[in-house]
Design a protein around this ligand. Structure first.
Ligand code: ADP
Length: 525
């Protein structure tokens, strides 16, 4: 028999209604470097309506793609609400990608309108001729760009209510491109339903437990996997949003956290590392309002989590996800550090399994190591107009991450498949070595890559950034207490900084290329 319940559509429009209705008194605060701009959600919702009218006027009347090229701000949030709710598709462009990749992505998605922050116009301007489908550009703030519209002028002419259409929850709402396994970036298209369910999950206590008492600071860019779902989840919970704009340095972030009494803030480990170093150098830093810091994007060193907790009372909670998984898939709550250093427990809704050679499913015994595969209502089942058959396995997403799964659903990742080091037939976890090294007081950053070795096939090369003094022998000695002896690197390279990807992760491929070109000076012990 069928249920008596309706298929009530789960849409971003309903989040917009919450913002304009019951949470209309919550606020979005945008930091502008020397102060703040404030808007209650009621006004943000009116701006969303005005933006929808403006976009309609520019020919957006269906599921066309509207791109953003923006920092985290109230205007970006208005686009997050307006574009999907009017039935169009929001495409968040990663401002830090290479020009060729940006052009490829905008053409592939067939973006028609780009909304750009004035400070980013110099980056976008040279690409526009090659973005073949872009018809209109809207500039937020003051900048010279031929033929572009001024955001405020457009909105000021528009009515502040909009007749939001009834939407199919399965319709595309937003899209984001990610690296995939090979070739060009791959598009992931989120539906209204997937965004809604992901937000509900983020709001549960097993995840971030957001409520209307929270003030959420998404430091993670809104083009990096939907700012980890923080904006939509905040609208659902009625949490206020504090947006850092383009001020992503520790000096600004610590100020915003203290002045705006931020309770929840998400960013990659590199940013929290910067914040920790800054706080240690400046006595007046106050991080006491933070109740929860979800952190991921790459493995979070235990030393970083412990330092923030013990010195500043900040609870960093390790989480794992991908653009393909909306992104939140696991989060590591637990009483013991043993659990907290794992990537976390699979959220209800996301299923996982570990797969070994020949696609054999391995036991969830926290011992067997293989590739993690996941599936669920907010895990993509394909890429947009692109094949990557290697990524999908009978309804499961092959994550490209290698690790193990416990009977209680905790995932521990030891590496990315492309980063694993195989030495004498045994796997060495580069992540474990890096985390152990970053526990040394003089080590600012450490990245370990596999290099070929006549005897063992491959051996680890430790590339470290040092502040103060420590030589390779000392670091090796430090590691000796923490990892098995046969894993200790004999090759060391002291570098100025680990190269980073567009979202602030260690770019190990670049390190491997540098090594291949002979650019790394190596000390052998
Ligand atoms: P990209 O592939 O361009 O880095 P994503 O941002 O989607 O794009 O990255 C997802 C990947 O980031 C995961 O597959 C995983 O390798 C890595 N990652 C994310 N969170 C963690 C974490 N907590 N620990 C280790 N790796 C992580």
């Amino acid at each position: 028999m069928l249920s008596t319940m309706p298929d009530f559509p789960l849409t971003i429009t309903s989040l917009l209604r919450l913002a304009e209705g019951q949470f209309s008194d919550r606020e979005v605060v945008t930091y502008i470097g020397d102060g703040y701009r404030r808007q209650p959600y009621a006004e943000l919702a009116r701006d969303a309506a005005r933006l929808a009218h403006a976009l309609r006027g520019l020919g957006i009347d269906g599921d066309q793609r509207v791109a953003t090229f923006m920092w985290n701000s109230a205007e970006h949030l208005a686009a997050y609400l307006a574009v999907p709710s009017m039935g169009a598709v929001l495409h968040t462009l990663n401002i830090r990608l290479f020009p060729e990749q940006l052009v490829y992505i905008a053409n592939h998605a067939e973006d028609q309108v780009v909304i750009v922050d004035a400070s980013l116009v110099p980056l976008l301007r040279p690409l526009l001729d090659d973005m073949k489908t872009v018809k209109h550009v809207i500039v937020v703030g003051e900048a010279e760009l031929d033929g572009a519209y001024d955001y405020r002028e457009l909105l000021d002419q528009a009515p502040d209510t909009f007749d939001w259409p009834e939407l199919d929850e399965r319709a595309a709402a937003a899209m984001c491109y990610t690296s995939g396994t090979t070739g060009n970036p791959k598009g992931v298209v989120y539906s209204h339903r997937s965004a809604y369910l992901h937000s509900m999950s983020v709001c549960t206590a097993n995840a971030m437990g957001l409520s209307s008492a929270d003030r959420v600071l998404p430091i993670v860019p809104m083009f990096h996997a939907n700012a980890w779902g923080l904006p939509y989840a905040s609208f659902m919970a009625g949490a206020s949003l504090v947006m850092p704009g383009r001020f992503l340095q520790a000096e600004h972030l610590t100020r915003v956290i203290a002045e705006e009494k931020v309770t929840v803030s998400g960013a990659v480990p590199t940013i929290w590392g910067d914040i920790l170093r800054y706080a240690r150098q400046h006595e007046d830093v106050d991080l006491s309002s933070l109740r929860l810091v979800p952190c991921g994007g790459s493995a979070v060193p235990e030393s970083l989590m412990r330092a923030l907790q013990e010195e500043y009372g900040v609870r960093v909670v390790h989480a794992w996800g991908m653009t393909e998984t909306s992104p939140l898939a696991t989060i590591a709550h637990g009483d013991s550090w043993e659990l907290r250093v794992t990537q976390g427990r699979l959220l209800a809704g996301v299923e996982g399994r570990i797969v070994g050679d020949g696609d054999r499913v391995l036991p969830n015994d926290d011992v067997a190591v293989g590739e993690l595969e996941v599936r669920g209502p907010w895990v993509t089942g394909a890429y947009y107009l692109d094949e990557d058959p290697l990524k999908f396995n009978d309804g499961w997403l092959r994550t490209g991450d290698v690790g193990r799964l416990s009977a209680h659903g905790f995932v521990t990742l030891t590496d990315r498949a492309k980063d694993v080091i195989k030495s004498g037939g045994e796997w060495i976890s580069s992540v474990e070595l890096e985390n152990a090294l970053m526990g040394h007081p003089a080590v600012v950053e450490a990245a370990v890559i596999g290099v070929s070795d006549e005897r063992w096939g491959e051996r680890p090369l430790a590339c470290v950034v040092i502040e103060g003094t420590a030589d390779a022998a000392e670091l090796r000695e430090f590691l000796a207490d923490r990892v098995p002896r046969w894993q200790l690197p004999e090759r060391w390279s002291f570098i100025e900084a680990v190269p980073k990807t567009s979202v602030g992760k260690f770019a190990k491929r670049e390190l491997r290329d540098m090594h291949a070109r002979g650019e790394l000076q190596i000390i052998t012990l």
